[in-house]
Design a protein around this ligand. Sequence first.
Ligand code: NHW
Length: 443
Amino acid sequence: PVAQPSRKDIKDKYAFWGSQPVMQFSDEAKDVEDGPIDAPKTVEEVRKEPYTLPSSFVWCECNINDPHEVQEVYTLLHNNYVEDDDAMFRFNYSPEFLQWALQPPGYQRDWHVGVRVKGSNKLVAFISGIPASIRANGKPVPAVEINFLCVLKKLRSKRLAPVLIKEITRRVNLRGIWQAAYTAGVVLPRPVCGCRYWHRSLNPKKLIEVRFSSLQPRMTMARTIKLYRLPASTTTPGLRPMEAHDTAAVTELLNGHLAQFKLTQHFSEDEVAHWFLPQPLVVDTYVVDSQLAQQQQQQQQSSEAQQLPAGAADAAAPSSSSSSSNGAGSSSSSSSSSIVSVVSFYTLPSSVLGHEEHNELRAAYMFYTVPGPTPLTQLMQDALTLAAGKGYDVFNALDLMDNASFLKELKFGIGDGALQYYLYNWRMANTPLQPKELGLILL
Ligand code: NHW
């Protein structure tokens, strides 16, 4: 069954969201047609002045490229951003991650909106938007993705969030964009899809120590460690980190794969280069290069052949010499069309709150993955192996796209939180979607 908000999760009245151009719970599901909810507006009609803040605060633009300002945003989020229900863990996006997440091609500095205290200049709230080409039921929807909405703990429940949301909406509208996509753990009017997080233990001992997970009944620590042990190396031939010259091929594979989902994103080559080229402790992308796979196979065959008695070698590897001319030596010029699969994950640690020994949970999150001819379960097993080798404690994945096909087999366990997906000013027919119909991943 799909994680949809239950009656108890739905408030009776949403003072703010009830007034916004979003699908409402009361909307009839039938007769819905895809399209904007608000009547079309022009940029000239958009309010020119920023919304009014309480008198002790001022708006600011955060320059994420500036080491001091990115540190300010980092610190606000580090101390005040999303926690689990039991307040044991809090997301700890790194400054490098924030620079990546907030500055894709076409980013706008005035969409990195902060609120500061007059006088002290302390940053006390933040919200951000980045441009994204969304596809909903096949229709291109130019949009922004809204993320990192945060209000200092001491300033909660004072209706600052609606002001931040209205202000970013105004700034986005001023650039002629009228739609947005966003996700949240909370239920608001009205999710287009409800997903669940699944977690794969990589370092079960630490996860149990920090009480992220618990020792299962009748399991010992030793047996648990053995249960989650991964192989020392990956199994897919030709798997290697993505490089800049793979960008065109990855773009084509990715957009081709994503086109099957009802709500997804379309990527330009520049966006693929930005979102996928590996950056240590930010994003990891691996491709399966069929040409490299072939070379590896040939090398293996010839090394096996060398171990055979003389004479037998020729019989064992009859074609190796003829095809190696375009093999081993030419890896640097490998043609982009030899890329057949892509797997990626991003790095988002959580602070462990109030623990004596551990202060950080190192988590990898599954990002976009295109299996191509590689079985998805095998590709993901390799991703787990790589993540374990790099020292992550846990690998997280949502149940969207085709992920349900590998989660149980690869020993992921379902988490307790849901992640709801939303669209602003866009009505979508046949929603809520099932997670397997969803092809959109926000950070
Ligand atoms: S979700 C992460 C959100 N951040 C956190 O959870 C961090 C910790 N919490 C906080 O900082 C990823 C505060 O609790 C926040 C609310 C700031 C969340 N989304 O100021 P008040 C994102 O960043 C509604 C949307 O008194 P507060 C996505 C709530 O239902 N609305 O609350 C962000 C109520 O409205 P209602 C949320 O606790 C997407 C109102 O806020 C929300 O001090 C933003 C109460 O405000 C949430 N996560 O501050 C929307 N949480 O109708 C973008 C609560 O019920 C829309 N609320 O009365 C698109 C805009 C662009 C359009 C462009 C065309």
